[in-house]
Ligand binder design. Structure first.
Ligand code: ZN
Length: 253
């Protein structure tokens, strides 16, 4: 805990203090005491479509830009979770750039939640393929393993394992948080698969099934093909007002 008196500072040093405080906050890891284990109680899932806007993510000739594939899988995942009676909050619902710290703010402001970040992978070695799932808090380890197991049950899937990582969106999460790498866009086979609506729906389906199992146990999830999803809205909705945003009661906290 840093204790500094802001009152007696000059304006310049106040600015410096704020900058230092912000830098401190942005590299901070959530402490063990701050972490909450909601893996058996969560009623809301924060679904994070990786990248967006000026940040395309992985961009390879075999697959779509990563930001497009992540948004589609995330939107499908959100719909499937809603069909399973969860509330969902999406960090973005269209092609817009959202800073990592804003994503963290959204997840930590959403009470009794878990956080699932959707990405696709990239490698200079085109032969590399497969699924990877990452977590930081031990409370998210089981969820990460479940998601990985479900994805790896898909035909021809390559299991590249569950790992801990220091990615900001999972390191700074108060609630259990995972990051899923849904295959390599740099690999010919997985890149082409990522172009397919049916395949992206299956990815979302497997992740949704794992999430429902984590909360309610096996055998509860009912898979359904979501079909073509709605095209993105022409203009980004104001923060907190778009489809999939948090209910008023959550946003006020
Ligand atoms: Zn990514």
């Amino acid at each position: 805990m840093i204790r500094l008196s802001v009152v007696h500072m000059s304006r310049c040093s106040r600015v410096t203090f704020l900058l230092v405080a912000l830098a401190f906050a942005s590299c901070q890891t959530v402490s063990k005491e701050q972490r909450k284990n909601t893996s058996r109680t969560f009623n809301t899932v924060v679904v994070d479509a990786g990248h967006g806007g000026k940040d395309s993510g992985a961009y390879r000739r075999f697959g779509p830009p990563e930001k497009v594939a992540t948004l589609d899988v995330a939107t499908r995942l959100s719909q499937k979770l809603r069909e399973s009676q969860f509330k969902t909050v999406m960090t973005r619902t269209n092609d817009v750039f959202i800073p990592l710290d804003t994503r963290v703010d959204i997840e930590n402001a959403t009470l009794n939640s878990i956080f699932v970040s959707i990405h696709f992978n990239d490698s200079r070695r085109r032969g590399i393929k497969g699924f990877e799932t990452y977590y930081h808090s031990p409370y998210a380890a089981e969820l990460a393993q479940r998601v990985q197991n479900k994805l790896c049950a898909m035909p021809g899937a390559v299991n590249r394992g569950v790992h801990t990582a220091n990615f900001r969106v999972i390191r700074k999460a108060v609630y259990p948080a995972i990051l899923v790498e849904c295959g390599y866009l740099s690999n010919r086979a997985e890149g082409y698969e990522a172009r397919s609506t049916e395949y992206r729906d299956r990815l979302a389906d497997k992740i949704a099934e794992a999430i429902v199992e984590e909360r309610y146990g096996a055998g509860v999830y009912r898979a359904a093909f979501t079909g073509q999803i709605r095209p993105p809205a022409p203009n980004p909705p104001p923060p907190g007002e778009g489809p999939g945003s948090a209910p008023q009661t959550l946003r006020d906290n």
